[in-house]
Design a protein around this ligand. Structure first.
Ligand code: NAI
Ligand SMILES: C[N+](C)(C)CC(=O)CC(=O)[O-]
Length: 326
């Protein structure tokens, strides 16, 4: 294990955060950290990165205002820098959200490691790569962790935190405490599992959905309705395990397993991913357009943001950990 130089700032005292890669997720992180009162620097190589990022933050701000901004929180505390080095030069925490390409992540994390002050933890938003595979080019890999968020990071509380083989356990613990101080709900994983926990589950559902569209067994709309009108209502506040324990009545999970366990062997699920050929691609895109029924992506983002806030409020999770923050 490569020791991380002692972390220079305690997780609760962090004031300056750098976000590298400012698309859907990086921009969402920027909005979250600004709303929590941090100074944020951001860098993204795209020529239109700054206006695009500022538009994203502006669009998220009404939802964040409804949630309650931290004292002093302001969009003016965002600085978009011309270089990666400037973005991270004074950072007390770095969140990388560049495209999901292994070689790109490897090179970028090595560059970030070289440019970031010693003792600053660097987290990757990757949705599935193990840190062990991404930290190979870094001189001090001990401070590199995965901090996997959920879209949009400014509203969905969960972050999955896990280190790689060469990550220092102190860096993982530090990152988990930092995210909690920044208002997130954290699962600190003990070992590296590709896709972490939630994406393993989501991908299984997603694979089945694509197979059903490919085989003409269900439409995009039916797949979405089957979740929003069904299990999704329960999953917002009770996970799939405890929910199924109730399917066993007074006998709980034990009876549920005795009763329905054998059907696990029924050939209900296809473990292999379907071929994402043009026909399936077009069917899924057209199905989503039809379901959107003229609503733009911006309309849907606003609808989703309000929906998430309503669910958090209705299930007693507002303000999420706000009182513990900073
Ligand atoms: N979109 C999603 O729902 C989620 C995505 N993630 C992860 O977040 C990361 C970013 O994904 P998205 O924001 O969806 O992608 P995106 O395509 O929206 O944004 C990626 C951004 O990275 C920038 N970029 C390109 N090359 C770069 C480089 N060398 N260094 C820094 N930035 C660079 C692009 O200009 C773009 O603005 C990925 O690792 C992805 O797996 C994690 C959770 C959810
Ligand atoms: C689609 N995705 C795999 C990039 C999704 C995630 O990683 C998490 C999320 O927001 O659902």
């Amino acid at each position: 294990m490569d020791r991380t130089p002692t972390m220079t700032t305690t997780p609760q005292d962090v004031r300056r955060v750098a976000c590298v890669g400012a698309g859907v997720i990086g921009g969402g992180w920027v909005a979250h950290f600004l709303a929590r009162g941090y100074d944020v620097t951001a860098w993204d190589p795209a020529p239109d990165a700054e206006p695009r990022l500022r538009r994203l933050v502006e669009a998220a701000w009404p939802a964040l205002t409804r949630l309650g901004l931290a004292e002093g929180a302001s969009q003016d505390r965002l600085t978009v820098t011309a270089t990666l080095e400037e973005a991270v030069a004074d950072a007390e925490f770095v969140q990388e959200s560049a495209p999901e390409k292994l070689e790109l992540k490897r090179d970028l994390l090595a560059k970030l490691d070289a440019a970031t002050p010693a003792g600053t933890v660097i987290a990757s938003s990757t949705s599935g790569y193990p840190m062990t595979d991404m930290q190979t080019g870094a001189a001090t890999p001990g401070r590199l962790v995965v901090g996997h968020p959920f879209n949009p990071p400014y509203l969905i509380p969960l972050v999955e935190v896990v280190g790689g083989e060469r990550t220092d356990a102190d860096a993982v613990a530090w990152a988990s405490r930092f995210y909690e101080a920044a208002g997130k709900s954290v699962i600190t994983m003990k070992s590296e599992v590709p896709g972490f926990i939630a994406n393993r589950l989501q991908e299984a559902l997603w694979r089945e959905a694509l197979h059903m569209v490919a085989n003409g067994e269900a439409t995009v709309q039916e797949i979405d309705d089957s979740i929003t009108e069904g299990p999704g209502l329960r999953w917002a506040f009770m996970g799939p395990m405890l929910t199924f324990a109730l399917a066993g009545g007074e006998g709980g999970m034990a009876h549920m397993l005795d009763h329905f366990g054998p059907s696990l062997k029924s050939p209900w699920t296809r473990l292999e991913a379907p071929e994402l050929d043009k026909k399936l691609y077009d069917a899924v895109v057209a199905g989503c357009d039809e379901e959107a029924a003229g609503r733009t992506i911006a309309d849907l983002v606003a609808e989703r943001d309000q929906g998430v806030i309503d669910v958090l409020r209705a299930t007693g999770r507002l303000p999420h950990r706000r009182e513990e923050a900073k």
